[in-house]
Structures are given as structure tokens and as C-alpha cells.
Design a protein. Structure first.
Length: 438
């Protein structure tokens, strides 16, 4: 009896995320683009017509859960395989068993978690068995499979991209955790909708993180008779983070990113670093900030300092590779660089002007002279007739017309004298002077 008690206690002590793991597609949170009614992945799962596939997405969006739902529904033998703990010897043993199953008419689905951790030799070991149908491979990865999965193996798998969960989806999941008997449904938990939203925002699209934070907050909630009261302050203590004071429309989120953007634009590195720290220490996704800094590099610096875009992209890659808290220094470098760089919004203005004309003239035909002519018929219709190859001229310039007739002479890019953009301005003046003479 003592052993049985220990077993039950271990079941009860499972983490909230494990207890609430969805058992069916109807319980699954998010990924409506794949699992909504009538969507392709839902049809494949419900029809038990699964082929080899790879689930690619950030942590905590349901890759492993989807595989387990497939395991519950399929008539095939399902094998759960970890890329972290398994080598070629284990792969070969599993493949031999799968081949035997195939001869007896039984399908084998092999789920490989973190497939990007397998090296090329390990991935190659799967290939012949996938090719002849001994196994249906389902891989899960947080890394881009184009770079991490063997090309031959990848070409035989359908890639499904899973997205970070939205705040409202996570909030709904947290509500269910409070009421579901597998969660805290048997307890009297008092927690406001705003506090649930703070937890959802803090999780940055990760369901496992959201549920873990809720569990910690409930365990540390104030006891009031039979009630457990979870406040915003409880959540902040459990996460060691101040919430971003997000309201339901996320206004403060946009206020803070606006403050960062405008501080960089105003060449104020001290203010920019402060707003950066405010966002990161409140739990903002560093990749979101890195994306905005990358936009800034072209919108507000542009060709005044072309290296700004290189710095921004490098900072994004660094954030992606190592995450928080180590990536704070990379973002600081990028933010200070943007603040100190010479400023030009000439590219931003150029696109805005061109966009206006493009929208008004979407049906304007491309001039024949710069059309591609890969077929005999196109050449007979004078596609590409009169095309001048710039590299054939000494100046690498021609007087060929590239704009439609009704936009002839229209200008969009007006370079400034800021930073190195002055060089581009001088070069553009030379080009235009040459074209006028010719």
C-alpha cells in the first residue's frame, strides 16, 4: 500500500503543463491556420493519413503535443525518439523493428524531438527507411529545418510552421487551467483577468512558460480561508519581473517601443539604453526589439551609414542564438550604434512616394525594352527589343528608359549629405548628368 501511495503522489505532483497537455485536437491551443476546421493538418490527423513531416516552431507551441495527439489517433505503431539521448545504434535497432512491422503490414510512426540535434550521419540513417515507407517520420525542431535537416530527408517531409501563441490564446489557456479539474479546478483560486493577461504577455507565446508561471503564482498565492488569492504583485515576485503595465490594448507596450525608437532618432544613446532596459527587464521579447531596431537601421539611418543594417541584423541573429539574458549586451551595442549613427530618412521617403504611384498605376505595363524574353513568341512580340546591357559600355551606364511613359523623369530618392550618403548623392548627380547629355 505504501508503494501505491507513492505512485499516486508522483502522479499528483506532475507539473501543471504536463497535467493539462491536450489529449485531443479540440483541446489544442492555437495553430488555427493548421488545425482549424477543414485545415490541412487537421484533415490529415483525423483521417489517419499522416505522411512524414516536420513541425517547426518556437518552444512551447505544441510540437510534441501534436505528435502525441497523432499517437492517440493513429492505427500505426508510434515510437517516441529523442535526438538528445539516441545515437546511430539506437536508430538502427528501431529501423530494423520498423522494417519487420512493415512486412507484417503495420505502419510505424517515429517521432523525433529536437531533430536538429542529430548530425548528418544520424539523419542519413533514417533516409532509406523513409524512402521505402518503413517509417513515417515526424520531427520537431525550434531551428530552421532548411539549415538543420539533411536536404534529402527534408525533401521527403512536409514542413508545418507552428507560430508563437497569441496573448488571447494563452489567456484562454490560463482560464482553462484555473477551472479544469486536471489543473486547479478543484481549488478556490481568485485571480483577475488582468493578472492572467500579464502572465500571458510575460510568456511571449510559450504555453509551457505561461502554465509554469501560473503554477508558481498559485503556489505562492495568499491564503484567505479556503481561497488562494493571486495578485499582480504575486506574479511579479515569482518572475522577478515588473510587468510592462500592459493594458488590454497593449498601449504601454507601444509607448515603450516608441520611446526607444524616438530616442535613437534623436541621437540620445543614454535614453535609448534606458528604454531598452525598461523593456527587457519587464520581460519583452528581445527578438521583437531586434526587429524594430533592424527597421530603424534603414528607416532612420539608411545610406548615411550602410553598416547600421549589418549591425542590426547581427544583433537579431545573436539574440536568436543565445537569448536572454546574454543578448542584452548585443542589443545595447545595436541601440547605441543607431543612436550615434548619422541620420537619413531618404529611403523611407523614397518608398512612400513610389508606393503611392505604384498603387495608383498597378495596371501600368512594364516597358517592352526591360521585359524578359525567354520564348520565341515573346521575342516576336518585341519583348526585350532594344535592351542595353550596362556592362557593355565603358561608363557602365545607358540611356535606356526603365520607368513607364507616364512616369518618365519621376524622382523618388533624394539623398542627403549626412554621413556617407553624401557620396551617394554625388554619384547620383553624376549618373543623372550623364543621362541628360546622352
Amino acid at each position: 500500500m505504501a508503494q501505491q501511495g507513492t505512485l499516486f503522489e508522483s502522479l499528483d505532483s506532475e507539473p501543471l503543463a504536463a497535467r493539462l497537455r491536450p489529449q485531443t485536437l479540440d483541446e489544442f491551443c492555437g495553430q488555427k491556420h493548421l488545425l482549424g476546421e477543414g485545415k490541412i493538418l487537421r484533415r490529415l490527423i483525423e483521417g489517419d493519413k499522416i505522411g512524414s513531416m516536420i513541425f517547426w516552431g518556437p518552444p512551447g507551441v505544441g510540437k510534441t503535443t501534436l505528435a502525441r495527439i497523432i499517437a492517440n489517433r493513429t492505427k500505426a505503431k508510434f515510437i517516441d525518439f529523442s535526438a538528445v539521448t539516441s545515437g546511430i545504434k539506437e536508430i538502427k535497432l528501431v529501423m530494423e523493428q520498423a522494417e519487420k512491422n512493415r512486412r507484417f503490414g503495420e505502419k510505424t510512426i517515429l517521432f523525433v524531438d529536437e531533430i536538429h540535434r542529430f548530425n548528418k550521419a544520424q539523419q542519413d540513417a533514417f533516409l532509406p527507411f523513409v524512402e521505402k515507407g518503413s517509417i513515417i517520420l515526424i520531427g520537431a525542431t525550434t531551428e530552421n529545418p532548411s539549415f538543420e535537416v539533411n536536404g534529402a530527408l527534408l525533401s521527403r517531409c512536409k514542413v508545418f510552421v507552428l507560430q508563437a501563441l497569441k496573448t488571447e490564446e494563452l489567456t484562454e489557456l490560463l482560464r482553462r487551467a484555473i477551472t479544469d479539474v486536471r489543473g486547479f479546478g478543484g481549488q478556490n483560486i481568485e485571480i483577475s483577468e488582468d493578472t492572467l493577461e500579464i502572465i500571458a504577455n510575460f510568456a511571449n507565446g510559450d504555453a509551457r512558460s505561461a502554465l509554469s508561471t501560473l503554477e508558481m503564482a498559485v503556489l505562492n498565492g495568499a491564503q484567505d480561508g479556503d481561497r488562494t488569492v493571486v495578485t499582480r504583485e504575486t506574479v511579479e515576485q515569482c518572475t522577478s519581473k515588473k510587468s510592462l503595465l500592459y493594458d488590454k490594448k497593449g498601449e504601454e507596450h507601444y509607448n515603450l517601443i516608441s520611446a526607444l525608437h524616438k530616442s535613437m532618432r534623436n541621437s540620445d544613446p543614454d535614453a535609448a539604453v534606458y528604454w531598452l532596459a525598461r523593456m527587457l527587464e519587464a520581460g519583452e521579447d528581445p527578438l521583437y526589439i531586434a526587429r524594430r531596431v533592424t527597421r530603424f537601421a534603414s528607416e532612420d539611418v539608411g545610406l548615411a551609414d550602410p553598416r547600421a543594417l549589418e549591425i542590426a541584423v547581427a544583433a537579431y541573429q545573436a539574440c536568436h542564438l543565445i537569448g536572454m539574458p546574454e543578448c542584452t549586451v548585443h542589443l545595447t551595442e545595436a541601440v547605441v550604434y543607431m543612436s550615434m549613427a548619422p541620420k537619413s530618412n531618404a529611403l523611407y521617403i523614397a518608398y512612400g512616394m513610389a508606393k503611392k504611384d505604384a498603387l495608383e498605376m498597378l495596371s501600368e505595363p512594364v516597358p517592352l525594352v526591360i521585359r524578359n524574353a525567354p520564348t520565341k513568341l515573346m521575342r516576336e512580340l518585341e519583348y526585350g527589343k532594344g535592351y542595353q546591357y550596362a556592362h557593355d559600355s565603358e561608363e557602365k551606364l545607358t540611356n535606356m528608359q526603365c520607368l513607364p511613359d507616364n512616369l518618365l523623369g519621376k524622382e523618388y530618392y533624394f539623398p542627403t549629405e549626412e554621413g556617407v550618403e553624401g557620396r551617394y548623392k554625388a554619384r547620383l548627380r553624376e549618373i543623372k548628368d550623364w543621362k541628360k547629355k546622352h
